[in-house]
Design a protein around this ligand. Structure first.
Ligand code: SF4
Length: 207
């Protein structure tokens, strides 16, 4: 497995202590350990956090290559949208423990439907950006011990209306393969209450 993840001289390195390896090598060893049982599903929680961009790219490439070799599915948990764009096929956007949007990666980046997803994407700096200041999402995430009623994003949402403060929006599908939890989307698409109930029951990952 050490050879598979690109560790040079694995016969010698297998006897090394962690402090004798670089950060990138330790991450590779961690990936090798995780894949050694050939899991059907690998859950990688922030696998590239605290790595410099060069090592980060190596680890991501390694995970993708190993996925092909071992045949595992990968659930990647990250706050880095650049990593999401590079690696993921399907994306679940979560906020304070709630699923806000589910979409294929191209749909999510090209047509984000939830105000939180839109805010995250607008906050990314771009080379062709002509703005003087980057966009931000005002406010901060709520205290988990004191979550807001209704839509958990409503204290920070520029589109919040009255029922957002009291009723939690269901996860509905405004178009095939995209799921959104937002009253505004429900209103725009004119989804009636029967359709909401039906789609909310069938919705994937409706936690
Ligand atoms: S449900 Fe309301 S508060 Fe929540 S994201 Fe949609 S518009 Fe904003």
């Amino acid at each position: 497995m050490l050879r598979l993840v690109g560790i040079a001289s694995p016969e010698k390195r297998v006897h090394d202590y962690p402090f004798q390896m670089s950060g990138g090598m330790r991450q590779r060893v961690m990936v090798a350990m995780a894949l050694s049982c050939q899991p059907k599903l690998l859950i990688a929680d922030e696998p590239t956090t605290a790595l410099d961009v060069t090592i980060q790219a190596q680890i991501l490439r390694l995970i993708l290559e190993t996925r092909e070799k071992v045949g595992s599915a990968i659930m990647l948990i990250t706050h880095d949208l650049g990593v999401v764009a590079e690696v993921c096929e399907r994306v679940v956007v979560m906020y304070s423990g709630k699923v806000l949007e589910v979409a294929y990666v191209n749909d999510l980046f090209n047509h984000p439907a939830h105000p939180y997803t839109q805010g995250l994407l607008q906050a990314i700096p771009r080379l062709d950006d002509t703005r003087d200041r980057l966009s931000i999402i005002p406010g901060s995430i709520p205290n988990p011990a004191n979550l807001p009623e209704g839509c958990r994003f409503h204290p920070r949402c520029q589109y919040a209306e009255e029922r957002c403060q009291t009723e939690q929006p269901p996860l509905v599908s405004p178009k095939p393969s995209q799921w959104v939890s937002c009253w505004r989307v429900v209103g725009e698409k004119g989804v009636d209450s029967d359709v909401i109930a039906a789609t909310a029951v069938k919705a994937p990952l409706n936690v």
